[in-house]
Design a protein around this ligand. Structure first.
Ligand code: GLN
Length: 492
C-alpha cells in the first residue's frame, strides 16, 4: 500500500487488527517517507529506525496473539523534551547535545507499554522557549505548508512531522501555547490538557507550574486515541492528579455541540495585531458551530492585558531555577579547560545555552532576587490568581471559551521579530497555562497566502472529553482537518 500515511489512527488500528498490513510494513513506510521528505522539512532530530523496527515486530507478535492494545503497532514521534532511555534527548540545546537519559519519561513509557512504535525525536525551541522552533541549537524546522515559513513552536517538530505525514501522531508540550500554536500554524488538532492530567515525569522542565504534555494529530479523534494512552495519575509526578481518566475515544460521540454555550471574549477580538484573515476564519468557524446548534455568548475577560507580562515573569522565574542544574558539573555541556570553578560554571552556561534561554534566565533571576521578589514575582502570582478567577467567573455562564490560537498565521523563517513582538504573539495561549485549564486547537481554514488558521476552544478543568467531542463533531461537518500540504502528498 502506498497510502498508509493517509489513514487515521482508527483506520490504522483496524487495519493492523485485521492484518491488512503489519506494523513492520507501516513502520517501514513511515521510515521511507522520513528519509525522502524530512530533509526538506527537518522535523526529526533523531530517527530511531532500528529500534522502531524491533518495536514493530514485537507489536506484530502481540497483534497475532490477539491481545494487543488498540494502538499497538502504530508509529509516533516524541518531542525531544521527553526523556528516552538509551536515545539522545537534546531539548533543542547544545547543553544536552550528548545527553542520553537513563530512564524513560512516563509519557514515553506509557506509549511503549501500549505498543506504539517510536519513529524518533522531533525538533523544538531550546528548552521549549520560543514560538518558531528557530531557537533550536539543531537548526530551524520548516512549515510543511510553506517551507520558507516556521512551523510554530516550541513543539514545531511535532507539528511539522504530522503535517508532512512523517508521523501519524506526535507528543508535544505546552507551557504557554507550545502545542496549540504550532498546531494552528500547521493545520493540526492539538490538545493542552488540564494541568496534572498528563505526567511531567521525565519531561525536561521549563516552567514546572505551567508545563503539560499532550497529543498533536490530524483530528480530534486521533488526539483522543493518544490521550487514552498518556493521561493518568503518576506517583512519580507529585503534581499529577489522582482522578479517574475518561475514555476519550468512547466519549467522542456525545451530543457535544447542540445547546453548547460558547463564550466569545470581547477583549480577544480587539487585540492589536490580530490578523484580518485569522479573525474572519475564526468567526466563520463560530458561525458554523452556531449552525450546528451552539449558542454564542459575548463575555468579558478583563485581565487580557495582564497575560503577557504575567507569563513572561513567572515562566522565566521558574526557568531560572529549573535550568540552574545545567552547571557543567553534573549534566550536559562542559566548557574546555576551565581555570577554576567559577570559570567552569560561567563558560559552560554561556557556551551551552542559546540567546533566548540566557535572556530568560537573566530576567527570571532578576525577578527572584532579594530586593525585587515581592515587587515582581509575588505580584505576578497575585495577578495569576486574578486571571484564573476571571476564567472561573466566565465558566459560570458558558461551557467553553473561543479564541484564535494565535493572532497571525506562520511567520517567515528568519523574520527576526524582537523578543517583545514574539511574546505578544502568545497573547491567546498564555492565560490557559496560568490558570491550569485545558484547551484545544482545531484547523478552521486558510489565510490569503494559503497558511492554516486555528480556532482555540478553552474548557473548564477536566473537560478534555468535551473539547475533543466538540472538535470531533465540527470535523465531521467540515473538512479543514483533512486538507494536506503539497509536501504531504509526495510519495516516498
Ligand atoms: N511561546 C511561549 C514561550 O516562548 C510558550 C512556549 C511553550 O509553551 N513551551 O515561552
Amino acid at each position: 500500500m502506498t497510502d498508509l500515511h493517509r489513514l487515521s489512527i482508527r483506520e490504522l488500528s483496524e487495519g493492523l487488527k485485521q492484518a491488512q498490513f503489519s506494523s513492520r510494513e507501516l513502520t517501514e513506510h513511515y521510515l521511507k517517507r522520513i528519509a525522502k521528505i524530512d530533509p526538506k522539512v527537518k522535523s526529526y532530530v533523531t530517527v530511531t529506525a532500528e529500534q522502531a523496527l524491533a518495536e514493530a515486530d514485537a507489536a506484530d507478535a502481540a497483534l497475532k496473539s490477539g491481545n494487543a492494545h488498540a494502538l499497538a503497532g502504530i508509529p509516533l514521534a516524541h518531542k525531544d523534551i521527553f526523556c528516552t532511555q538509551g536515545i539522545k534527548t537534546t531539548a533543542g540545546s547544545k547543553m544536552l547535545d550528548n545527553f542520553i537519559s537513563p530512564y524513560d519519561a512516563t509519557v514515553v513509557a506509557k506509549a511503549k507499554a501500549a505498543g506504539l512504535v517510536t519513529l524518533g525525536k522531533v525538533n523544538m525551541d531550546e528548552f521549549a522557549m520560543g514560538s518558531t522552533s528557530e531557537n533550536s541549537y539543531i537548526g530551524a524546522t520548516s512549515n510543511p505548508w510553506a517551507l520558507d515559513h516556521v512551523p510554530g513552536g516550541s513543539s514545531g517538530g511535532s507539528a511539522a512531522a504530522v503535517a508532512a505525514d512523517l508521523a501519524p501522531i506526535a507528543t508535544g508540550t505546552d507551557t504557554g501555547g507550545s502545542i496549540r500554536q504550532p498546531a494552528s500554524f500547521c493545520g493540526l488538532t492539538g490538545l493542552k490538557p488540564t494541568y496534572g492530567r498528563v505526567s511531567r515525569f521525565g519531561m525536561i522542565a521549563y516552567a514546572s507550574s505551567l508545563d503539560q504534555g499532550g497529543p498533536m494529530a490530524r483530528s480530534a479523534e486521533d488526539c483522543a486515541y493518544l490521550m487514552n494512552v498518556i493521561a493518568g495519575h503518576d506517583a512519580k509526578d507529585s503534581t499529577s492528579i489522582n482522578k479517574e481518566v475518561d475514555d476519550y475515544v468512547a466519549n467522542l460521540n456525545g451530543t457535544a455541540v447542540k445547546g453548547l454555550r460558547i463564550g466569545i471574549p470581547k477583549q480577544y477580538f480587539n487585540v492589536a495585531g490580530l490578523d484580518e484573515d485569522v479573525k474572519a476564519r475564526v468567526e466563520e468557524s463560530l458561525k458554523k458551530l452556531e449552525d450546528m446548534g451552539a449558542i454564542l455568548v459575548e463575555i468579558d475577560l478583563n485581565m487580557t492585558e495582564a497575560y503577557v507580562p504575567t507569563y513572561y515573569l513567572i515562566a522565566p522565574a521558574e526557568a531560572s531555577s529549573n535550568l540552574s542544574r545545567f552547571d557543567g558539573v553534573r549534566y550536559g555541556y562542559r566548557c574546555e579547560n576551565p581555570v577554576d570553578l567559577m570559570d567552569l560554571y560561567k563558560r559552560s552556561r554561556s557556551e551551552g545555552f542559546g540567546a533566548e534561554v540566557q535572556r530568560r534566565i537573566l530576567i527570571g533571576t532578576y525577578a527572584l532576587s532579594a530586593g525585587y521578589y515581592d515587587a515582581y514575582y509575588v505580584k505576578a502570582q497575585k495577578v495569576r490568581r486574578l486571571i484564573q478567577q476571571d476564567f472561573l467567573k466566565a465558566f459560570e455562564n458558558v461551557d467553553v471559551i473561543a479564541a484564535p490560537s494565535a493572532p497571525t498565521t506562520a511567520y517567515k523563517i528568519g523574520a527576526n521579530l524582537s523578543p517583545t513582538e514574539m511574546y505578544l504573539g502568545d497573547i491567546y495561549t498564555l492565560a490557559v497555562n496560568l490558570a491550569g485549564l485545558p484547551a484545544i486547537n482545531a484547523p478552521v481554514g486558510f489565510d490569503k497566502d494559503s497558511l492554516p488558521v486555528g480556532l482555540q476552544l478553552i474548557g473548564n478543568y477536566w473537560s478534555e472529553s468535551q473539547l475533543l467531542s466538540i472538535v470531533h463533531q465540527y470535523q465531521q461537518n467540515t473538512d479543514w482537518h483533512s486538507k494536506r500540504a503539497a509536501i504531504a502528498e509526495e510519495n516516498a
